[in-house]
Design a protein around this ligand. Structure first.
Ligand SMILES: *[C@@H]1O[C@H](CO)[C@@H](O)[C@H](O)[C@H]1NC(C)=O
Ligand SMILES: *[C@@H]1O[C@H](CO)[C@@H](O)[C@H](O)[C@H]1NC(C)=O
Ligand SMILES: *[C@@H]1O[C@H](CO)[C@@H](O)[C@H](O)[C@H]1NC(C)=O
Ligand SMILES: *[C@@H]1O[C@H](CO)[C@@H](O)[C@H](O)[C@H]1NC(C)=O
Length: 497
C-alpha cells in the first residue's frame, strides 16, 4: 500500500550521504545540537531575529528580548503554499546547518515546505536577560519555551499572511522531541502534527535506567557477555588500585592531578567520567553525525569492545579501559582527565553569557527545576560500581544554584512536570514518537502506538536521534524504513482536508 513516491524517496534517501547530529543530555556534552554536515557543502541562511516576550505568564510584563531564528523558503511556493515545518531548538545553540541538511529537509523538499528553526530561550544567542544569575533564570522553563513557539507561530502567520488553515508541522529530537509533542498538545489550534524523536516524555529524578540500557546495548551489539564482563572487571580493578596503587591509575588514566587528599565528590566525578565515556559511545553509536575529524568515526561499540576483549599481550582489564579513556581525551582535545569537583562546580556557577555559550549551566538548571534525568550508577552498580549515586547529582544542584535546590525541591519539580504534560500518559493526536533501542533515552519515552492513535516507531539497533540525520549507505534497513514511515505519516496528515 505504499505509493510510488515513497520508493522514490527511499531511493533519494539511500543515495544521499551527508548528515550528523550530536547531543547528549548529560553534564559533559549537553546542549550540542551538533551538525548534520560540514559547513562548506552548502551555504546556510543568515540568522533572523524575533521580538519575544520575556514572561508569558504575566500579561502586564511588557519586557521583550530578541530570539534568533532561521528560515529556508527555497522549497516553498508562495503562489501555491505548502505546509510550514518548524524545527524546535533545544539545550544548545541553534545550528544553521540544520536549515540545509538532515532528514526533515528531505521531507521539506518533498512537501514543498517553508522551514523555520527557532532557537530555545537562554541558549546560543537567544538571551532574554543580562546574565544567568539564579534570579534571571526564573524565566527559563519548558513552559516559557512552548509559549515562545506559540507566539512565534502566531506572529509568522500574520507576517507572512499565511492562509487560515495553514498546517504547521513541528520537529524535535531529544528534549526538543518532548517539546514537539507538548507543543502539539498545548497548542493544537496552532500546530497540526509533530515528529517527536528520542523524546524523554517522563521526567525522572533518578534516571537509573540510563546505564542499564548502556549495558544492554553493549551486550546486544556484540552478541554476548564478553565486552560487559571485561568492562566490569576493569572497573573493579580501577576501584581496588585506587586504594592500593593510586599512582598507577593516575598515570594510565592521564589524570590532571594526583588522587592524594581528594574529596569523595572528586572520586565520584572520576568514576562518572569513565562511565560517561561509555554513555557517549552507546548514545551516539554509528549515528551519522558529522565530525570534523574523520579519524574518530570508527570509535563505535564494536571497535571499543574489541579493545576491551582483546587477549593479545595479556593486558589487564583496567589498562584497556585506560586505552579507551585515552582515545576519548584525544578526541575532545583534552590533555589530561580533569575530575576536580570544585572546579567543575565553579565553572557551572559562572553567570556571564560569554562563560556559558555551550549551555551547560542552563541545562543543569532545567534538570534541577524541571526534569531530574540524573544518570546515576544505581541501576548498573554491578558493572560500573555504585560510585555516582543520586546524592552526587542533587549536591551539584545545591552547590551550583543554592541550598534550596535539594532533593525535596527536585522531586516536587519533577512531579509537577509530569502532572503538567502527562508524562507517558500524554493525550495527543498526530504525533509520531520515534525511539531507538540502543539509545538509553528510550527508557523514558513512548515505544508503542497509543490507544488514541498517536503512532510510535521503535527502531531496532539505532542510537539517539538517528532518524534525524541524513541517511548513510551503512544505515540498517530498520532505520531506512523508519524514515520512510515518518514521511508516510506526514503525507497522510498533510492530505487531510
Ligand atoms: C535551503 O536548503 C537547500 C537545500 O540544502 C539549499 O540549497 C538552499 O540554499 C537553502 N535555502 C536558503 C534560503 O538557505
Ligand atoms: C580507527 O582507525 C585508525 C586508523 O585506521 C586506527 O589507528 C585506530 O586504532 C582505530 N580505532 C579504533 C577504536 O578501532
Ligand atoms: C534486533 O536486531 C538484532 C540484530 O540485528 C536481532 O538479533 C534481534 O532479533 C532484533 N530484535 C527484534 C525485536 O527484532
Ligand atoms: C560504511 O562502512 C564501511 C565499512 O565499515 C566504511 O568503510 C564506509 O566508510 C562507511 N560508509 C559511510 C558512508 O559511512
Amino acid at each position: 500500500m505504499r505509493p510510488l513516491i515513497l520508493y522514490l524517496l527511499l531511493f533519494i534517501l539511500v543515495n544521499r550521504v551527508y548528515g550528523n547530529r550530536h547531543f547528549r543530555l548529560g553534564r559533559r556534552e549537553n546542549g550540542n545540537l551538533g551538525a548534520p554536515g560540514a559547513f562548506e557543502d552548502n551555504e546556510t541562511p543568515a540568522p533572523k531575529w524575533f521580538s519575544q516576550k520575556l514572561d508569558h505568564s504575566n500579561p502586564s510584563d511588557l519586557r521583550t528580548w530578541n530570539q534568533r531564528y532561521y528560515m529556508n523558503d527555497s522549497f516553498y511556493d508562495y503562489e501555491d503554499p505548502g505546509p510550514i515545518f518548524l524545527m524546535i531548538g533545544g539545550e544548545g545553540p541553534a545550528d544553521p546547518r540544520w536549515m540545509v541538511k538532515g532528514t526533515w529537509i528531505e521531507y521539506a523538499k518533498l512537501f514543498k515546505a517553508l522551514c523555520f528553526n527557532l532557537e530555545h530561550r537562554y541558549y546560543g544567542e537567544s538571551r532574554p536577560t543580562t546574565d544567568l544569575s539564579v534570579k534571571n533564570l526564573q524565566f527559563l522553563s519548558s513552559q516559557q519555551a512552548l509559549a515562545d513557539l506559540a507566539n512565534f507561530i502566531n506572529a509568522m502567520n500574520q507576517k507572512l499572511k499565511l492562509r487560515k488553515n495553514v498546517k504547521w508541522m513541528v520537529f524535535g529530537g531529544s528534549y526538543p522531541g518532548s517539546l514537539a509533542a507538548w507543543l502539539r498538545m498545548k497548542y493544537p489550534h496552532l500546530v497540526y502534527g509533530a515528529v517527536s524523536s528520542s523524546a524523554p516524555l517522563l521526567a525522572k529524578v533518578d534516571f537509573m535506567e540510563y546505564f542499564q540500557v548502556v549495558v544492554k546495548a553493549l551486550r546486544e551489539k556484540t552478541g554476548g557477555d564478553d565486552c560487559v564482563n571485561h568492562l566490569k572487571e576493569g572497573m573493579q580493578q580501577v576501584d581496588m588500585m585506587l586504594k592500593a596503587n593510586p599512582e598507577v591509575i593516575e598515570k594510565e588514566f592521564k589524570v590532571c592531578s594526583p588522587f592524594q587528599g581528594v574529596s569523595a565528590n572528586d572520586l565520584k566525578n572520576f568514576f562518572n567520567s569513565i562511565a560517561d565515556d561509555f554513555a557517549d559511545l552507546v548514545q551516539y553509536n554509528e549515528d551519522n553525525r558529522f565530525s570534523v575529524d574523520e579519524k574518530y568515526k570508527n570509535v563505535t561499540i564494536n571497535t571499543v569492545c574489541k579493545i576491551l576483549t582483546d587477549s593479545e599481550g595479556n593486558k589487564a582489564a583496567y589498562k584497556k579501559l585506560a586505552e579507551f579513556n585515552a582515545i576519548t581525551l584525544e578526541k575532545s582535545h583534552e590533555t589530561c582527565m580533569d575530575y576536580n569537583y570544585g572546579k567543575m562546580i565553579n565553572e557551572l556557577r559562572a553567570v556571564e553569557w560569554k562563560e556559558n555559550t555551550g549551555g551547560a549551566r542552563q541545562w543543569m538548571y532545567q534538570t534541577c527545576t524541571e526534569f531530574g534525568f540524573y544518570q546515576t550508577s544505581s541501576g548498573a552498580a554491578d558493572i560500573f560500581g555504585n560510585h555516582f549515586d543520586l546524592d552526587f547529582f542533587v549536591q551539584q544542584c545545591m552547590d551550583i544554584f543554592g541550598q534550596k535546590y535539594n532533593l525535596d525541591f527536585i522531586r516536587n519539580a519533577v512531579a509537577w512536570t509530569n502532572t503538567k504534560y502527562g508524562a507517558l500518559d500524554i493525550e495527543v493526536t498526530r504525533v509520531v514518537y520515534v525511539q531507538g533501542s540502543v539509545d538509553p533515552w528510550h527508557a523514558l519515552g513512548i515505544l508503542k502506538t497509543q490507544d488514541n492513535g498517536a503512532p510510535a516507531i521503535y527502531i531496532n539497533g539505532t542510537a539517539h536521534c538517528a532518524n534525524m540525520y541524513s541517511p548513510s549507505d551503512n544505515d540498517s534497513t530498520e532505520l531506512t524504513e523508519a524514515r520512510v514511515e515518518i514521511q508516510q505519516f506526514l503525507d497522510s496528515w498533510l492530505r487531510e482536508p
